[in-house]
Ligand binder design. Structure first.
Ligand code: COA
Length: 379
């Protein structure tokens, strides 16, 4: 029998059948359940988009009202979980705090019977509702401030901002933050979603599924890239240096953060919408020098890397927006997780409906039948 073909990174290998989202990487098209993501970012809300992703259809008014009130009702954290977060080292990365706290949630809300659709839905609500509270609580507690309890009169996005800063966002800022959540909510079979599906395929509980996905998202080749974009822009310094810096980086085979994508070979449609949103934020906060620098870098990259199909991805502009909103850099990836949890859970539910445990093959490159040499005879 011939050896199966090995595709590093599982590139182009389907690992599931899914009806959740669709990408056409050459036409810059991303759809959630058939609806263009640009339309959802402009017309919908994170709450409504979450229902769409989880259930497959847009909600009715009544369905949305119930879902929204359930999310609001479950925002609070048990005091023991807050105590657990208080004990975490303040120098630790918020993604590590989030991963640990999500795993901890699973101890407070046992949900090990994943054949029970009622508890599964309750877990979905709890996870989406509580992730922002965990992130905001860790951020405040690490600075010695008290955690701010969630409010039930604010949207998901506005309440997160409230818990972070203790002040309400303006309508424009709340809208931008909400649209950022919509744009990050789902993206087909990316690494963290695959991780969620692999963990879900073992019939692990949903808290373990999300904790696994959070860990996968934390890497710089995935969610961590938006933090690194700002480090990179800082290193470049000023717009006039962008082209020279890029030429040198490409010549020395350096990866440009926030550029390139396994699927998109044109500019990521989410990057285009984020750029529009950035303009709204800057109308309030003033245009940061970093934005001009990013635009210079983008136009240099289009010439040098464009022919290879490497263009800005979603992370290129998201960090600049978050920074303009006053959000600390190490919270960028946790915000990605607050949004993507909806996608992970949609895939988890889909995986459970037609589950088979993931157990891929390998190409063995080691040796066989090696004798065991006693330690005194080894060279
Ligand atoms: N900067 C410079 N070159 C890049 C690049 C980037 N950001 N992304 C890809 N390339 C080049 C690679 O060097 C490689 O060139 P080669 O064929 O000459 O060796 C080629 O394009 C293919 O890259 P590869 O890393 O194999 O693509 P991939 O599909 O495995 O990786 C990413 C996709 C996203 C991991 C990759 O583009 C990347 O590391 N980007 C930066 C991190 C980032 O922004 N991640 C967020 C994704 S939303």
């Amino acid at each position: 029998m011939s050896e199966p073909e090995y595709r590093p990174g599982l590139a182009d290998v389907p690992v599931a059948e899914s009806s959740i989202s669709f990408i056409d990487g050459r036409r810059a098209r991303l759809e959630y359940r058939g609806i263009a993501v640009e339309t959802l970012a402009r017309e919908s809300t994170f709450e409504e988009t979450s229902w769409l992703l989880l259930k497959g259809e847009l909600p009715t008014q009544k369905e949305l009202a119930v879902f929204d009130s359930q999310l609001k009702e479950h925002r609070r954290l048990k005091y023991k979980l807050v105590d657990m977060i208080k004990c975490m080292p303040e120098s630790g990365h918020p993604m590590a705090a989030l991963q640990a706290a999500v795993a901890g949630l699973g101890m407070f809300y046992p949900a090990r019977d994943v054949t029970n659709s009622k508890t599964n839905w309750e877990s979905v609500i709890r996870l989406i509702a509580k992730l922002p509270t965990i992130v905001a609580a860790f951020h405040r507690l690490r600075h010695g401030d008290d955690a701010i309890p969630p409010r039930e009169d604010l949207s998901h996005a506005a309440n997160f901002y409230w818990m972070l800063f203790g002040r309400e966002p303006s309508t424009a800022v709340a809208r931008v933050l909400d649209a950022c959540l919509v744009l990050h909510a789902e993206h087909q079979m990316n690494a963290s979603t695959f991780s969620a599906r692999v963990t879900g395929s073992t019939l692990a509980d949903p808290y373990s599924v999300v904790a696994a996905a959070v860990g996968t998202l934390s890497g710089p080749l995935h969610g961590g890239a938006n933090e690194e974009v700002l480090d990179m822009l800082e290193e470049i310094g000023e717009p006039a240096k962008a082209a020279g810096w890029l030429e040198h980086a490409v010549a020395t085979k350096k990866k440009i953060m926030g550029m390139g994508h396994r699927v998109y070979k044109v500019k990521d449609p989410r990057a285009t919408v984020l750029q529009e949103l950035a303009e709204h934020v800057f109308a309030e906060s003033g245009k940061p020098a970093r934005y001009d620098l990013a635009l210079q870098l983008e136009s240099a990259a289009v010439k040098i890397l464009g022919p290879k199909g490497i263009y800005p991805n979603v992370d290129f502009f998201s960090g600049i927006i978050y920074e303009a909103l006053g959000i600390p850099r190490d919270l960028f990836t946790p915000i990605f997780a607050i949004a993507r949890v909806t996608g992970w859970l949609s895939h988890w539910l889909e995986q459970l409906r037609n589950n088979r445990i993931f157990r891929p093959e390998q190409i063995f490159t080691g040796v066989n039948d090696k004798p065991y040499l006693p330690i005194d005879q080894r060279p």
